[in-house]
Design a protein around this ligand. Structure first.
Ligand code: TXA
Ligand code: MG
Length: 360
């Protein structure tokens, strides 16, 4: 476990981590999204070990991390100039492209698929590691399969201590949700996973339309042909988590009233309840433990705290947790996708009748 300055990573620490990777070891490292669990992408045994230590199903491929756009041709083929142009606008950054793979990419990285997921991260530690190794790093999120992705070194320790060779502690990650993934091998391109960069923004930058299937919103499971990883259950706390969708509650007052009535139903049954709520609404809940996730006016803040709060639920020892919903715009789509996947039950808000509007 080594501390590393997230902005100016020291050469000694990076050299040590690179040495571990060269010897076939696994290194957990911070990226701007979540912590990754890295292996030398050309070392078959090291890549295979990633699946073992995470308990990851063997049909769920990994992302290749490169340190510069010029390295794209090493891992992908038939990349049209328009995609280079788009990549140059969003990289380094939290966007992953699925492209046709080149022959040099190991089948263990892509779980046997003819395509490869590639991203150039913006985090100085991640970039220094890839540059130091001189090859792409294969890295999924550094959590046990099914658990929320780690946004602190502490989360990595909880899941993987003793199973991997090194953890680089660069503090909290910046965005807190995993990269936006777009499959560019189909026409039109398809959003496989919403992330920090909104589809609306990508569409404008690329001047193209991106299909947003229901599974990318977290509303249904993905078919294996579309995206192998998306069919697995994710992020779920052990505690029952109920997500309350906005539904027909068009005002915040109506929504809040409904969530409160739901909480009261559980309290009346002697359940201990926790609620994931925004800075604006948390003060309105009494008799419940509140997990404040950030301001409704700053969805980046909500995204950054999301996985931390999901992990905290299980530490509270409550009988049930209830989560508010957030607006599905920009990074909000990623927040709602993760919340829907994490919850064991989704309820749609219906306005509760007020005494004046109820029938006589
Ligand atoms: O922000 C991120 O993307 C983080 C950091 C560490 O870079 N990584 C990450 O990796 O979230 P992981 O393995 O947890 O999620 C990668 C997702 C999986 O759902 C996987 O199925 C999908 O990408 N994926 C990888 N290769 C693919 C491919 N060739 N076709 C379709 N989906 C692919
Ligand atoms: Mg993951």
């Amino acid at each position: 476990m080594l501390k590393v300055d997230p902005i100016n990573p020291g050469k000694e620490v990076i050299d040590e981590a690179v040495e571990v990777l060269r010897e076939g070891g696994l290194v957990a490292f911070p990226t701007e999204t979540v912590y990754g669990l890295g292996a030398d992408s050309l070392n078959k045994d090291a890549v295979k070990r990633i699946y073992g230590v995470k308990g990851r199903p063997p049909d769920n491929p990994l992302i290749l991390h490169i340190s510069d756009l010029s390295e794209l041709e090493m891992v992908a083929r038939d990349v049209p100039p328009s995609i280079y142009e788009l990549a140059s606008k969003v990289w380094p950054g939290p966007v992953t492209f699925v492209l046709r793979k080149s022959d040099s990419v190991l089948p263990e990285v892509t779980a046997g698929l003819p395509t490869v997921a590639v991203r150039c991260p913006a985090h100085p530690v991640a970039l220094a590691l890839i540059k130091g190794l001189g090859r792409p790093i294969a890295a999924p999120s550094a959590n046990l399969s099914g658990r929320p992705s780690p946004t602190t070194a502490d989360h990595v320790i909880k899941d993987l201590l003793g199973r991997i060779e090194m953890i680089l502690d660069g503090g909290d990650t910046f965005f807190g949700v995993e990269s936006t993934i777009i499959n560019l091998t189909t026409d039109p391109p398809v959003l496989l996973r919403p992330g920090p960069v909104g589809v609306e923004d990508l569409e404008k930058l690329a001047n193209l339309r991106i299909l947003v299937p229901a599974f990318a919103k977290g509303l249904e499971e993905a078919g294996i042909a579309l995206s192998p990883g998306m069919k697995y259950r994710h992020y779920s706390p052990q505690t029952t988590l109920i997500l309350v969708e906005i539904g027909q509650c068009l005002t915040q007052t109506a929504y809040l009233k409904y969530v409160k009535s739901l909480i009261n139903e559980y309290i009346e049954k002697n359940f201990k309840v926790a609620v994931i709520c925004s800075r604006e609404t948390c003060p309105d809940y009494e008799k419940t433990v509140t997990l404040e996730i950030g301001s409704r006016n700053n969805l980046y803040e909500v995204a950054k705290n999301l996985f931390k709060k999901l992990r905290e639920i299980d530490e509270l020892r409550v009988d049930v947790a209830i989560s508010e919903s957030f607006e599905e715009r920009g990074v909000g789509l990623a927040i709602m996708n993760r919340l829907r996947k994490a919850s064991s039950k989704i309820i749609s808000c219906v306005p509760t009748p007020t005494p004046t509007s109820s029938p006589p």
